[in-house]
Design a protein around this ligand. Structure first.
Ligand SMILES: Cc1cc2nc3c(=O)[nH]c(=O)nc-3n(C[C@H](O)[C@H](O)[C@H](O)COP(=O)(O)OP(=O)(O)OC[C@H]3O[C@@H](n4cnc5c(N)ncnc54)[C@H](O)[C@@H]3O)c2cc1C
Length: 575
């Protein structure tokens, strides 16, 4: 059995930042990071636009409290305000700390870190490295893992969380290279497994964003929080769905419909293109529904609108958002200096996740914490984003809460012994799970089932939701789950069996999808990214609370948890 003081699942920004903090706090600890990709291929590397912090380099009127207010208003008042206070107060220090580690942020002419405008933020406070911010930060953090001697298990797939007697004791993992199974025991386990964009058929997320950590947590009998809040990013490149960063609008790009109108004047006149993402995605969807979307030949009635950069000029486009220009050029043949880019909303971010307190400790329910278990980053829900996340607050969350969680773990493990685990029992169960998938005769290909599932979620739990459509979706999902038990694999070997990985991921996607749909059906109001056509208003009397969803094979139970309101009383949300 492998042993470490701490095992962190996930090599993105949250996992690596936590590992660095643990090593800095107590260099004697044995720390390991496991990732099913190489750590620098985690989705964090694709983050483009930047990371918010009130450095006041461009706007000296900015304050952490203004950042906190924007975040809480953006969240449609569902964020926990104690967690938001920590996020926004600690932001400047974590950015400076990253700079000291060597992150190459873009600069102002006087050498200070540059900051740009972003949707829903009242001041220019987003720090960036051109439109490759995640790349710049993750590479430094991974270099630091090596510097601090953190053990890296790359291309190992974690299959199971070991939870016994209300204590997390370790994980079971599978080596993608050769199929070897291992049980790892640790004094603390941390999940930083990222999001679940692949639940939907059009997403900005990478292929690895399959919600594994969420599904493993749910299967262990622990709750997931606020899973109905799925962020649709307004500007997914049509038709592929990859992201054209909000930084492009932050730098001045327009949204126009097939008639050439800047339609945001009808939806958010004071913020226009820099309204928060939920509002902007709904505006685009309404334009398309009303027949003002465009077709490829430019005629009206089509499935996308345009992001227009032409007035920005070549020099600004190439210096501030060169990667977005390149994406449009390479993937759909558009030269954004001269042509508008076709876009429509794409699934982007998970506001909900594994419920944690502000030290990253996982909650066992409305009260109570799980021993030995921590989480941070997109997989977690400390609830700084509530019902809708503001752009450039996620990288910030990963770094602030990655760091805090790391510090908390370094303390926590001091008083803990390595837990006892019946290694053989877990190995046998995992071996059976894998072998059953490989051996079963089956009648469906993985891709067939995954596509049917992703289409079902997209059609039945998208930007706009209604009870009848969601109920129908849940019924379809039950049928798809039955079929998913009858998939077959062509590849029967253990060496680099990518089909096997996809089969395991599919099981996780199905669990996460069912929790999203059930939470969405239960929340009979419209708040942030969750927009019910049959309950058009926010309902603070009945729904100003977090959803806690408990999964079991018998069905999903919905409970709740109160929202921490410490600074700003809920108001009507207008832009
Ligand atoms: C295209 C794009 C652009 C973005 N731009 C911005 C931006 O400009 N600003 C901003 O604030 N946010 C942005 N975001 C959001 C932000 O990048 C993410 O929320 C954040 O990086 C998530 O980091 P993470 O560490 O939580 O997880 P990730 O970076 O997703 O890493 C997850 C890790 O978990 C591992 N893992 C998962 N499952 C398993 C398993 N079963 N076994 C082993 N390992 C596993 C993966 O291998 C990976 O290492 C963007 C997101 C996208 C998709």
């Amino acid at each position: 059995m492998i042993e470490h003081d701490v095992i962190i699942v996930g090599g993105g920004l949250a996992g690596t930042r936590a590992a660095v903090e643990i090593a800095r706090t107590d260099p004697r600890l044995s720390i390991a990071v496991v990732a099913k990709t190489h750590p620098i291929r985690s989705h964090s590397v694709a983050a483009q636009g930047g990371m918010a912090a009130t450095l006041k380099n461009v706007d000296d009127q900015d304050t952490w409290k203004a950042h906190a207010f924007d975040t809480v208003k953006g969240s449609d008042y569902l964020a926990d305000q104690d967690a938001v206070e920590i996020l926004t107060r600690e932001a400047p220090d974590v950015v400076i700390d990253l700079e000291h580690m060597g992150v190459l942020f873009s600069r102002l002419p006087d050498g200070r870190i540059a900051q740009r405008a972003f949707g829903g933020h009242s001041h220019k406070r987003t720090c960036y490295a051109a439109d490759k911010t995640g790349h710049a930060i993750l590479h430094e953090l991974v270099a630091n893992l090596r510097r601090y001697g953190v053990h890296i298990y790359d291309e190992w797939y974690v299959l199971r969380l070991i939870l016994e007697e209300d204590q997390v004791k370790g994980v079971v993992m599978y080596h993608l290279l050769d199929g070897r199974l291992e049980v790892v025991r640790a004094k603390a386990v941390m999940f930083a497994t990222g999001g679940y964009g692949r639940v939907y058929n059009t997403t900005s997320n990478d292929f690895a964003s399959t919600g594994d950590g969420l599904a493993m947590t749910a299967l262990a009998g622990l709750p997931l929080e606020d899973m109905e809040f799925v962020q649709f990013h307004p500007t997914g490149l049509y038709p592929v769905g990859v992201l054209i960063s909000e930084a492009v609008r932050g730098e001045g790009a327009y949204l126009i419909n097939a008639e050439g109108d800047r339609f945001m004047s009808n939806y958010a006149p004071s913020k226009m293109e820099l309204a928060p993402r939920d509002i902007t995605s709904r505006a685009i969807t309404k334009e398309i529904r009303a027949g003002r979307g465009a077709h490829q030949d430019g005629s009206a009635g089509g499935p996308f609108v345009y992001l227009d950069l032409r007035h920005m000029g070549r020099e600004k486009i190439m210096s501030r958002v060169p990667f977005c220009w390149e994406e449009a050029h390479r993937l759909v043949g558009i030269d954004a200096v001269h042509q508008p880019i076709p876009i429509r909303p794409t699934v982007h971010y998970s506001m909900g996740g594994i419920p944690v307190n502000t030290d990253g400790r996982v909650r066992s329910g409305a009260d109570g914490l799980v021993e030995g278990f921590f989480a941070a980053g997109e997989a977690a829900c400390v609830s700084v984003h509530g019902a809708n996340r503001l752009g450039s607050n996620s990288l910030l969350e990963c770094v602030v809460y990655g760091k805090r969680t790391g510090a908390a773990i370094a303390q926590y493990v001091q008083s803990r012994k390595l837990p006892e685990i019946d290694e053989q029992r877990y190995l046998t169960q995992a071996e059976q799970q894998v072998q059953t998938l490989i051996d079963q005769p089956g009648e469906y290909r993985i891709d067939q089932i995954r596509q049917a599932f992703q289409d079902c979620m997209t059609d039945h739990c998208g930007v706009f939701r209604t009870e009848s459509v969601m109920k129908e979706g849940l019924e379809k999902l039950q049928a798809i789950r039955q079929q998913a038990q009858r998939i077959y694999l062509d590849d029967k070997a253990k060496l680099w069996n990518t089909e096997l990985t996809e089969a395991l991921e599919l099981q996780n996607l199905l669990i996460v999808g069912e929790i999203i749909l059930t939470g969405a059906l239960n929340r009979q109001e419209s708040r942030g990214a969750h927009c019910r056509e049959d309950f058009a208003d926010r309902d603070d009397t009945n729904f100003l609370k977090h959803t806690m969803a408990y999964y079991s094979s018998a069905g999903i139970q919905i409970g709740d948890r109160p929202v921490a309101i410490t600074m700003f009383e809920p108001q009507e949300r207008k832009y």
